[in-house]
Write a protein that binds this ligand. Structure first.
Ligand code: AMP
Length: 429
C-alpha cells in the first residue's frame, strides 16, 4: 500500500490548530451577533457559470471545476459573494432592505501553495445588502476592525482605495470594460508599468497617462490629505471626482466614529475581483506580507444574476491568515478555563456507577474523559498527568458505600473524599 498523504495544498488540522480555528470562528460569530448579521449556509458546490461571472480572470482560472455525473459544469466555491448575490437575486428578492448576512466556511482555489496561501482555506464573510450610503461602507470596515481586535491582533493597517477613481478616468476616456478590467488586474498585482503600458497602447493621451501615473504614486497615512490630492488630480473627470468624494465621506465617518483604526489610502489600489464598484480595502499586520481580509462595495453584482439593482458592500476575512498573524504576534487565547476531569473506576463492579457519575458531571457542564483502557490505577493517573487533566475522580467500592468518591487534584497532588452530591461544586472550586 502506498503511504497516503493529503492532496497538494490541502491540510489536516490537528486538535491544537483546530481549536484555534474554532476560536477565531467563534470571534467572527460574536462580531456577527454584535452587528446584527444573520448566518446563512450556502452550498460548497455551485454552477460554474455563477462562480465564473465577474469573478475576475485571476480567480476564474484557479477554480476547482468539473462535470458532475449528470454532465453539469460545476465548481467548488472560490468565494462566498456570488452565492450571496444569487440568494439576494432569487430567494431573498422580496426581503425588506437592508439585510445583513454572515457566512463561514471553506473555499477552494488552485493557488500555488505557500505560507498563508492554500488551496483549501476558510473565510468569515459579512455582507450588508441594500444600502449605497457611506455609513454602510463604514460599518463593514468597523466590524472588520472589531474582528481583528477580538482575535487579539495588534498594529493592523487598513489599506483603503476606491475602484471608481481609476475606472472613472478610464471610462470617461472611453476605454472598454475588458481593458479596464485587465488594467486593474495588473494594478492589483502591483505591475503598474504593465498596467500603464496597456493604457497607453489603448491610445490614451499623454496628459491622461501622466495623471494615472500620479494617482498610482499617491498614497499615505494622512487619509484626508491624500483624498484631497486625489480630487485635485481628477477634478475634471466627473465620475472619478464623485468616487473620490464618496471615499472621503466614508473615511470621515470612520475617523469621526472614534474607533481607532490605522488607515492608509492608496489611489492606485485595485483588487483582483472584477465586481467591485466602490470603496475597497484590505487588512495587513506588519508580520505578514499577505492580506488578512479583503472587501469592498459591489453595486452591480446582484443585477448581473437577474435581481433588481441592489447596492451591497461586504468583506471576506481569511481565518487561516488571522490564525497565522495570531501565531506571529503570540496572542494568548482568552478561553474559559473549564476544569478537565478524568473518571477512573477502581474495579469492574464500580464501572457502571463511575459512568453514572460521569454523566452527572457532564450535565453540570464539566468536561469528563472516562478511563476506557482498563489500566491499573497508577498507570491511569500517570496518563491523566501526561494529558494535563486537572483532576481525577476515583470511583471505588469502599467510598461508594458512603455515597462518596475520591477526588484527586492532579496539579496540587492532594486528594480528599467528597460526597457525590457535592462533587460538581467541589471540582469547580
Ligand atoms: P479575496 O476573496 O481574494 O478577496 O480574499 C479575501 C481573504 O481571503 C484574503 O484577504 C485572505 O485572507 C483569504 N484568502 C484568499 N485566498 C487565500 C488562499 N489561497 N489561502 C488562504 N487564504 C486566502
Amino acid at each position: 500500500m502506498p503511504e497516503f498523504r493529503t492532496v497538494r495544498g490541502m491540510r489536516d488540522f490537528l486538535p491544537d490548530e483546530a481549536r484555534i480555528m474554532k476560536y477565531v470562528e467563534s470571534k467572527a460569530r460574536g462580531v456577527a451577533e454584535l452587528y446584527g448579521y444573520k448566518e446563512v449556509m450556502t452550498p460548497l458546490v455551485e454552477s460554474y457559470e455563477l462562480l465564473a461571472t465577474k469573478a475576475g480572470e485571476e480567480v476564474r482560472l484557479r477554480m476547482f471545476s468539473f462535470k458532475d455525473l449528470g454532465g453539469r459544469m460545476i465548481a467548488l466555491r472560490p468565494e462566498f459573494t456570488p452565492s450571496i448575490a444569487r440568494l439576494v437575486a432569487t430567494t431573498l428578492r422580496n426581503e425588506p432592505k437592508p439585510f445583513r448576512l454572515f457566512c463561514l466556511g471553506s473555499l477552494y482555489r488552485y493557488d500555488e501553495p505557500q505560507r498563508g496561501r492554500y488551496r483549501e482555506f476558510w473565510q468569515s464573510d459579512f455582507e450588508l445588502v441594500g444600502s449605497d450610503k457611506p455609513e454602510a461602507d463604514a460599518e463593514i470596515v468597523l466590524l472588520t476592525n472589531s474582528l481583528m481586535n477580538g482575535a487579539g491582533l495588534k498594529n493592523c493597517v487598513f489599506k483603503v482605495g476606491h475602484v471608481g477613481v481609476i475606472r472613472g478616468v478610464l471610462s470617461e476616456e472611453k476605454l472598454e470594460d475588458k481593458v479596464q478590467n485587465a488594467v486593474l488586474q495588473l494594478m492589483d498585482k502591483k505591475q503598474y508599468e504593465d498596467a500603464l503600458r496597456l493604457v497607453k497602447d489603448s491610445g490614451i493621451s499623454e496628459k491622461c497617462l501622466a495623471l494615472l501615473q500620479n494617482l498610482v504614486n499617491l498614497k499615505g497615512n494622512d487619509v484626508f490629505e491624500i483624498t484631497k490630492k486625489m480630487k485635485e488630480h481628477v477634478g475634471h473627470y466627473e465620475k472619478a471626482m464623485a468616487a473620490a468624494d464618496n471615499l472621503s465621506s466614508i473615511l470621515r465617518l470612520i475617523v469621526e466614529s472614534g474607533c481607532k483604526i490605522e488607515m492608509r489610502v492608496e489611489a492606485g489600489f485595485a483588487r483582483g475581483l472584477e465586481y467591485y464598484t466602490g470603496m475597497i480595502f484590505e487588512v495587513y499586520v506588519p508580520e505578514l506580507d499577505v492580506a488578512l481580509s479583503g472587501g469592498g462595495r459591489y453595486d452591480k453584482l446582484v443585477e448581473l444574476f437577474g435581481g433588481e439593482s441592489t447596492p451591497a458592500v461586504g468583506v471576506a476575512n481569511g481565518i487561516d491568515r488571522i490564525m497565522l498573524a495570531m501565531q506571529e504576534q503570540k496572542v494568548k487565547l482568552d478561553e474559559a478555563g473549564e476544569k478537565r476531569v478524568v473518571v477512573i473506576s477502581v474495579g469492574e463492579e464500580t464501572k457502571a456507577e463511575a459512568l453514572r457519575i460521569s454523566c452527572m458531571l457532564r450535565n453540570s457542564n464539566i468536561t469528563v474523559e472516562f478511563e476506557v483502557m482498563g489500566r491499573k490505577m497508577a498507570k491511569a493517573l500517570e496518563d491523566a498527568d501526561r494529558r494535563k487533566m486537572d483532576c481525577a475522580v476515583i470511583v471505588g467500592k469502599r467510598e461508594l458505600e458512603q455515597g462518596a468518591v475520591v477526588l484527586k487534584d492532579l496539579k496540587k497532588r492532594e486528594q480528599t473524599t467528597v460526597g457525590i452530591a457535592e462533587l460538581a461544586k467541589t471540582i469547580r472550586g
